[in-house]
Design a binder for this molecule. Structure first.
Ligand SMILES: [Zn+2]
Length: 194
């Protein structure tokens, strides 16, 4: 499944550890991003709320956005809904493609050996710096630019069944999430198997 992932910006700007999960859910519901919780094995799934289509900007001329399961095939899950992951697995590297390449945030070039497999995604959260072979900038791995096609996060809100670059969150939505968690939020796209 393709997802749009909304998440607090990585570790050094991590959310307040005392963040009350109910507060985040309440905020999502109050602003109309999330609707009622969805039946199913995962208790953290919510239907799209009343203002879902105002809080995300859909790109392209006529997006066909399905917000409810089809009545004919209710088991067909190809509709947009929200899924909150509370970060119980710690920091995870999520990606859209098998082996994404990182770009240097300073010069925007893509060093040949900065692919996720070569960098070792386990090491991305460690306090080592990478030296850009193009501009010599010292880059903290968490600041690597994955072109919004990969990212590191623990707590996150997944907007399920959004295709890569199909929709972007509006500023107001990211600002509201930042307000409730006390840390800036960002987004990227990924593909998951669950
Ligand atoms: Zn560079």
């Amino acid at each position: 499944m393709y997802c749009l992932v909304l998440h607090p910006a990585p570790v050094h700007r991590a959310p307040d550890p005392a963040l009350d999960p109910a507060l985040l859910v309440n905020t999502m519901t109050t602003i109309g991003l999330a609707g009622p919780s969805l039946p199913g094995p995962d208790p953290h799934c919510y239907a799209a709320g009343a203002h879902f289509l105002e809080l995300l900007t859909f790109l392209g001329c006529s997006p066909a956005v399905t917000l409810e399961p089809s009545a004919d095939a209710p088991s067909d899950q190809a509709f947009c809904y929200l899924r909150i992951k509370w970060g119980e697995h710690g920091m995870e590297f999520l990606k859209l493609r098998d082996d994404p390449m990182a770009r240097c945030p300073a010069c925007r070039k893509t060093p040949a050996n900065w692919q996720a497999s070569a960098l070792g995604t386990d090491s991305l959260t460690r306090a080592v710096t990478l030296s850009c072979p193009h501009c010599a900038a010292q880059i903290a791995p968490l600041d690597l630019d994955w072109r919004r096609e990969a990212g590191l996060c623990s707590l996150r809100v997944e907007v399920v069944n959004i295709h890569p670059h199909e929709a972007v969150p509006v500023e107001r939505l990211l600002a509201r999430l930042a307000e409730v968690t006390g840390s800036a939020w960002d987004y990227f796209y990924c593909r998951t198997n669950d």
